[in-house]
Design a protein around this ligand. Sequence first.
Ligand code: GLY
Ligand code: MN
Ligand code: MN
Length: 462
Amino acid sequence: MFLESLYVARREALREKLRSGLVLMLGNVDAPINFAHNVHPFRQDATFRYFFGVNRPGLAAIVDLESDEDTVFGDDATLDDEIWLGKTPSLASECERAGCRSVRAYAALEDAIDHALRDGRTVHFVPPYRAATTLEIARLLGCAAQDVASRASAALIDAVVALREIKRAEEIAEIESALEIAGEMHRAAMRAARPGAHERDGVARMHEVLTRHGVLEAYQSVFTKRGDILHNFNYDGQLARGDLVVNDSGATSALGYASDITRTLPVGGRFDTRQRELYTLLLEAQDVGIRGSRPGVRYADVHRAAVTHLVEGMTQMGIFKGPVDDVVSSGAYAVCFPHGLGHQLGLDVHDMESYGEDRVGYDAETARSALFGLRSLRMGKPLKRGMVLTVEPGIYFIEALIERWAAEQRHASLIDYAILRRYVGVGGMRVEDEIEITAAGARVMGTPIPKTVSEIEAVMAD
Ligand code: GLY
Ligand code: MN
Ligand code: MN
């Protein structure tokens, strides 16, 4: 855990922003795979962990906004738990490390909420993303499960987003420690991406790194020669010289912060001429994104600048035609880049998106686009010092999308479909790093992970 004072300060800051009612925070419970005692690796709810730090299942907390009282509700391990799972520290001792000295049995939570409701007090909570949490909130509030989401507190969401989106030095250090592990994972995977190997061999090398560090994946890894399938979680493919592998994977830190790194690897160790040309353009677009990121700039405009660079290069290759601005503004470019430039990252890999993407990535002045491609940009609002974001442009040749658009003659004056079709088979490529927004600009976080053509080829030759 962080120092006690940090958790206390976070709860105080919440009280400053939201002055009446109480905040109900539910931690996660174990998630069964197929029966109660065979569970997924435990991952604590990020909101609970941010304010209370304790990383074990079955907890809840109430932050009373009108008094100084914070209470954690939970139960100590039973003798049975100790027999099967071993000894765990007392809940009181763990809560004390987060500066919370009021700990009650979980069963007391229902009464506490009941009491507050009878007194006409507002019970704020963030929208749940797991069924178990939804049902528990419904039980506590005495409402139907389907009404829980609409009763989530907009004021609480805004207050928590304002706190969590500005990362303090301790959090930056955690993200950088997750990035160290991610760097190890990616280097190991680069060496494993050899002709004849399977995709799962690369994943196995990365899991070995994670296990050695005693941490979890920040999200399910993508390791695929079919980079044109954006979230391809299949690892059965066998690698052949000339394939491009997209490796999008990251670790959590000891305290649960995420990393999210993508590298594109040429199987056989060398990019061919066409791959190199496209990949170099992609790296330049990422650099445009990194250099264009600074406080006050909308991330939607950073996305546009990176896209503009991609389109300039792909116009020279003959894929796009006509004015670059038209290709960008019309959304024609999205035939090759159908997702956004990035998202915030913190305790969640897509930080706070469980509160609603628009509540985190957009604001009253920045509306989300409805255009295909741009509508997938999860973060459009102005950047602030202390934010952490990913910068992750990609170039993809998705046959189904190209053929659909070609059949519809969509953007036919801006896309040369005959030339674009020649690239089907290249697959996809993406590059992704984390940046911290500084006073004057942005800083790529962590120890650099091989990324340029020569750096990647050097590691793969190793
Ligand atoms: N790894 C998920 C993402 O890049 O957004
Ligand atoms: Mn990402
Ligand atoms: Mn990623």
